[in-house]
Design a protein around this ligand. Structure first.
Ligand code: GDP
Ligand code: CA
Length: 303
C-alpha cells in the first residue's frame, strides 16, 4: 500500500515513525514542510525535514521533543562567545547535518536531492521529500507585526497571537521532483497530526500540490493534532481558537476543505460532527507502539 504523508516537524514525525513501522519498506513517502526553513550562522536549517529524518532513523531526543539524542552544544556556545547569533538552538550533532546540506546546496544540489542522500545515509526504508526545492517561507501576522516564522516561534517564543499566516514564494513554487508522482501513485493520502496553519498549509499552498490532492482518486485521511481540544505541544490550539473560532474536530477539518474523506480524532474529542466522517481512537503517541496503532487506524480509514 503506497502512502503519502503530509507532515510538519515533531507531531508529524512521531506519526511518520508509526506509519513506517506499520508499512512495508518502500511504501511510505513523507512530503515535508519547508516553510520553517531558516539560515543560521550561514547554515541552511530545515527543522521539519530534520525532525522527520531523525525520528524515522530513531536518532531523535524523545524527552526534549526535537533534535538529536545525546546532543551537546559546544559549537553554539563558542559561536555565542565570539559574538555570533545564538537565539536558535543548534546542537553539535545537528550542525554536522547542516554543514553537509549547506555545502550541497551551495554546490547547486537541490534540497530534494540532498534530502534523499541524507535518507540513504540513514538507511531509511521510507522517502522524505520537501514540498518544494524553491524558496517558500512562512510569515506570521500578529498584533505586534509580521515576522518570519522562526523569529516568531523561537525568537519570540510564539507568544504573540496569530491573525494570519502567509507563505512567501508558495504561489510561484513548483513541487519538488517526486511529490506529484508520489501523490498520483499513492493508494492513500494521510495528513499528519501537525499544526494545520504552519506545518500542513504551507505544503498545500504549492499550487500543483493542492491541485493534485484535490484531484485524488484515493482516500485522504487526516489525524487531528488536538487531544481534548488542546494541542499536545505548541500553539495549534491558540491559532485555531483565534483564526477558526474554536478547537473542535470541525475546526480542524475545516482547515482542509475538499481534501478529507475522514478525520481521526481522540476519544476525548468525541463524539463530534466534523463535517466529514470521524474515526475515534486514542491519538496520544506516547511511544512507538502507540504511534503504530494510530497509524494502523488511519490506514484502515484510508483503505
Ligand atoms: P512542528 O513542526 O515541530 O511544530 O511539528 P508539527 O506541526 O508536525 O506537530 C505539532 C503538532 O503535533 C501540535 O499541534 C501537537 O498537538 C501535535 N502532536 C504532538 N504529539 C502528538 C500526539 O501524540 N498526538 C496527537 N494527536 N498530536 C500530537
Ligand atoms: Ca515546523
Amino acid at each position: 500500500m503506497n502512502v503519502v504523508l503530509l507532515s510538519g516537524g515533531v507531531g508529524g514525525a512521531r506519526f511518520a515513525r508509526g506509519l513506517q513501522a506499520a508499512l512495508a519498506p518502500g511504501e511510505l513517502t513523507v512530503v515535508g514542510n519547508v516553510g520553517d526553513d531558516v539560515e543560521i550562522l550561514g547554515l541552511h536549517v530545515s527543522p521539519d525535514l530534520d525532525s522527520i529524518l531523525y525520528t524515522l532513523a530513531g536518532l531523535n531526543d524523545e524527552e526534549r521533543g526535537w533534535g538529536r539524542a545525546g546532543e551537546t552544544w559546544s559549537a553554539l556556545a563558542a559561536a555565542s562567545a565570539w559574538g555570533g547569533e545564538d537565539w536558535f538552538m543548534l546542537g553539535d550533532l545537528d550542525i554536522g547535518l547542516h554543514l553537509v546540506r549547506t555545502q550541497a546546496l551551495r554546490s547547486g544540489t537541490p534540497l530534494s536531492a540532498v534530502t534523499s542522500e541524507l535518507v540513504a545515509a540513514a538507511g531509511l526504508p521510507s522517502r522524505i521529500v520537501p514540498a518544494t526545492d524553491e524558496r517558500l517561507r512562512t510569515h506570521v501576522v500578529t498584533p505586534a507585526g509580521t515576522f518570519p516564522f522562526q523569529e516568531w516561534f523561537v525568537g519570540r517564543g510564539h507568544g504573540d497571537e496569530v491573525d494570519a499566516v502567509a507563505f512567501d514564494g508558495a504561489g510561484e513554487a513548483s513541487p519538488a521532483p517526486g511529490v506529484i508522482e508520489a501523490i498520483e501513485g499513492a493508494d492513500a493520502i494521510l495528513i499528519a497530526p501537525s499544526n494545520p496553519y504552519v506545518s500542513v498549509q504551507p505544503i498545500l499552498a504549492v499550487p500543483a500540490i493542492g491541485d493534485a490532492l484535490a484531484a485524488r482518486r484515493v482516500r485522504s485521511v487526516a489525524v487531528s493534532p488536538l487531544v481534548g481540544g488542546r494541542a499536545v505541544k505548541g500553539p495549534a490550539d491558540r491559532m485555531l481558537s483565534r483564526m477558526a473560532g474554536g478547537t473542535t474536530p470541525r475546526h480542524v477539518a475545516d482547515c482542509y476543505p475538499g481534501l478529507l474523506d475522514a478525520l481521526v480524532i481522540d476519544e476525548s474529542d468525541a463524539p463530534a460532527d466534523a463535517g466529514v466522517p470521524t474515526v475515534v481512537t486514542s491519538t496520544l503517541m506516547i511511544d512507538l507502539d502507540a504511534a503504530r496503532a494510530l497509524a494502523e487506524k488511519a490506514l484502515e480509514a484510508a483503505r
